[in-house]
Design a protein around this ligand. Structure first.
Ligand code: AG3
Length: 285
């Protein structure tokens, strides 16, 4: 038996459940102007970053999330050259984006520089592409960045945020989606982490609705496992100016870089719509 103090627990009161990871040590804790960040060394998931009590990244399973936040959208877009990552301060999405040689510029805009500094220290492998000349790291408000940007200047916007409370709340509304729509070029795509299909279905349905209200022609959700997040099952939702049903399958099949989860078959499978999900979208959107 283990002492309760040896466990990190995130509980989900609305869903009467919790996730616990056995910890070896707490490596760091700080309150930034934006949020509380903790880093743990866990027994079987490697290092763990927690923000405001919510799990963000573990060594063991972050590849699922970061690969699925990036490669599906980049192979859906016909020619992604300019990419923005809103949030994503741990740099894991940036690393995946820069694996694509057709990407000429990737800008990561996270409001909290401390997330990146701690990732550099505790998750160095996520930060290994930060020195790429195509990468730019900004520590400013992503909502303001999008508001101030000119029309039609970006191909792909990846919103790699925390839950829709606190600093990330303003990333889940129509005004923000409208600004993203304005900044995207023809064929532009927005993809946003969209929580658990099992726990947060009304949120996902409302994202589809307001993305379409904001002017996007198509929306689609993709699914993937993520052990450390609520319910262990996660999603990302895409909003496209063009057709989201096609993707560059040949390029994905012939990709020259390694991935641990993503491949062309996973791409197709991730978009399969479960019955309860399709029903909910028909009812709620
Ligand atoms: N962004 C999604 C975090 C959501 C987790 N929610 C929770 N544990 N309640 C993660 C950032 C990874 N780059």
């Amino acid at each position: 038996m283990c002492d309760a103090q040896d466990w990190f627990t995130e509980s989900y009161p609305d869903n009467g459940s919790a996730l616990s990871l056995k910890i070896r040590a707490k490596l760091h804790e700080e309150q930034t102007p934006f949020q509380r960040i903790e880093i743990y060394d866990t027994e079987s998931f490697g290092k763990l970053m927690v923000i405001d009590g919510c799990t963000m990244v573990s060594d063991r399973d972050n590849f699922l999330y970061h690969e699925m936040m990036t490669h599906p959208v980049l192979y859906t877009h016909p020619a992604p050259k300019t990419v923005w990552i809103i949030g994503g301060g741990d740099c894991g999405s940036l690393r995946e984006v820069l694996k694509h040689s057709e990407v000429e510029k990737a800008v990561q805009i996270d409001i909290d520089e401390r997330v990146t500094r701690l990732a550099e220290r505790y998750f160095p492998e996520l930060c290994e592409a930060n020195g790429d000349p195509r990468a730019e790291l900004l520590f400013i408000d992503g909502i303001q960045w999008v508001k101030d940007a000119p029309d039609g200047c970006v191909d792909v916007i990846i919103v790699d945020s925390t839950d829709p409370v606190g600093p990330a709340e303003g990333l889940f509304n129509e005004a923000f989606f409208r600004q993203c729509h304005r900044c995207l070029r023809t064929d532009g795509i927005l993809v946003q982490q969209s929580e658990s299909p099992l726990f947060h279905l009304p949120l996902i349905a409302s994202m589809h609705r307001i993305m379409r209200q904001a002017g996007f022609a198509q929306t689609r959700t993709l699914f993937f496992p993520q052990f450390i997040y609520p319910s262990g099952w996660w999603s990302a939702t895409m909003a496209g100016k063009g057709d989201l049903n096609r993707f560059r399958a040949d390029a994905a099949e012939a990709k020259l870089f390694p991935t641990r989860y993503y491949n062309a078959d996973i791409h197709r499978a991730a978009f399969a719509v479960p019955e309860f999900f399709g029903d909910a979208l028909r009812e709620l959107v």
